[in-house]
Ligand binder design. Structure first.
Ligand code: XUL
Ligand code: CO
Length: 434
């Protein structure tokens, strides 16, 4: 018997009146030369869907899943069965996990690693013959109290070494399951107070650790990308991977900007005081765009609420930047999203994903239409058109000097006149599509 008994695989049925059907996500529909399935590359996340118990800072577990508390291998296997049932019902091409989500922690490092091996042996066959792939694996180096002062940035070198074992095992599990990418989100890589923190030293430790992860990636033949997931705060007051631009500076410092990309989460962008599309555009401009976590925050409460997306215009602008940058290569759309704690039933978990997939499909189709029509891009190009004129282009690409340019400006008596940015007209244009 399945946890999702009685729920059939979700079909595309735009006109039906049932609760559980895709109204917009037609996986086979071809847009800009590719089916929606391959544009969106949906992934269900293991942690919020199968591990999180519904607690908040004021109360504990609300959900009653049959595999809770998931602390034995038998319960972990039950959880795997339920997870793959959900993946099949949704027809998602991918999922994502932390080591800690799929195996109970052992009494020792060796036992934890052995359990990871055992549970991935159990998962492997479920991925064969058209089963879902693994978009990315990662290691949870933030929940256990041993990480409270950092993982790679810990003042205790034993924790650094312990993390090397944890990450080696998690990367090994990722490769074993044919995973595409490997993510590092530094939940404890930051500080609570500068009074006890040697920031320079901690950044050096983090850079060294990441360099070794990259070297290991090549050694074990992981095909896709190593991805850093920026977040400015929560759980630490100040996290080192603050936002995309900060991560780029860090990668540059350690010579890793050609090796590591970013996994950008909508809610984290908001916490950093940016829009999602700003973060995506920044990553594209810097050449480090990798993948996304598609989950929004509540705009009033100011912390990471990890809600399923439901705002089509917002999602459309994110996909517009993604498509403008050429779309996903190895990355995809991971729902790092959780139910509200009152949504108790199996059907709630299904419906949340169905709605989110529909919202993303609408957003992507709107973005594709905007891009294909080209009106927005033509106006953007027109705004910069003067840079194509030879003497202007030469200022950037020739061996011009400040002196020569200044002489020309003075000689020609340049007196630049402001031109309208036309923001409202552009917003009206976008409104035709979303
Ligand atoms: C935390 C978060 C993580 C990462 C993976 O805010 O987003 O779940 O996505 O560790
Ligand atoms: Co995330």
């Amino acid at each position: 018997m399945s946890y999702f008994d009685g729920i059939d695989p979700i079909r595309f049925d735009p006109d039906g009146d049932g609760d559980l059907a895709f109204r917009h996500y037609d996986a086979d529909r071809v847009v800009m030369g590719k089916p929606l399935r391959d544009h969106l590359r949906f992934a269900v996340c293991w942690w919020h869907s199968f591990v999180w118990e519904g607690g908040d800072p004021f109360g504990g577990q609300t959900f009653q899943r049959p595999w809770f508390p998931g602390d034995t291998m038998d319960l972990a296997r039950q959880r795997v069965d339920a997870a793959f049932d959900l993946f099949r019902i949704l027809g998602v091409p991918f999922y994502a996990f932390h080591d800690h989500d799929i195996r109970p922690q052992g009494a020792s490092l060796a036992e934890s690693n052995a359990r990871l091996d055992e549970i991935t042996d159990y998962m492997g066959p479920k991925m064969e013959g058209g089963g879902p792939g693994l978009l990315w694996g990662t290691a949870n180096m933030f929940s256990d109290r041993r990480y409270m002062s950092g993982a790679a940035t810990n003042p205790d070198p034993d924790v650094f070494a312990y993390c090397a074992s944890i990450v080696r095992a998690a990367m090994g599990a990722t490769v074993k399951l044919g995973g595409v990418n490997y993510v590092l989100w530094g939940g404890r890589e930051g500080y609570e107070t500068l009074l006890n923190t040697d920031m320079d030293r901690e950044l050096q430790q983090m850079g060294r650790f990441l360099s070794m992860v990259v070297e290991h990636k090549h050694r074990i033949g992981l095909k896709g990308d190593i991805l850093i997931e920026p977040k400015p705060q929560e759980p630490t007051k100040h996290q080192y991977d603050h936002d995309v631009a900060t991560v780029y500076g860090f990668l540059k410092r350690f010579g890793l900007e050609g090796e590591v990309k970013v996994n950008i989460e909508q809610g984290h962008a908001i916490l950093a005081g940016h829009s999602f599309e700003h973060e995506i555009a920044t990553a594209n401009a810097l050449g480090i765009f990798g993948s996304i976590d598609m989950n929004r925050n509540d705009y009033q409460s100011g912390w990471d609420t990890d809600q399923f997306p439901n705002n089509v215009p917002e999602v459309a602008m994110a996909y517009y930047e993604i498509l403008r940058g050429g779309g996903f290569a190895n990355g995809g759309t991971n729902f790092d999203a959780k139910l509200r704690r009152q949504s108790l039933d199996p059907v709630d978990l299904v419906a949340a994903h169905v709605g989110a997939m529909d919202v993303c499909a609408r957003g992507l189709m709107a973005a594709a239409a905007m891009l294909e029509d080209g009106a927005l891009e033509r106006r953007r190009e027109a705004r910069y058109a003067k840079w194509d004129e030879a003497e202007n282009a030469a200022m950037l690409h020739g061996d011009a000097t400040l002196d020569a340019i200044a002489d020309r400006a003075e000689g020609a008596g340049l007196d630049p006149q402001p031109v309208s940015g036309g923001q409202e007209r552009l917003e009206n244009l976008v409104n035709r599509y979303v």
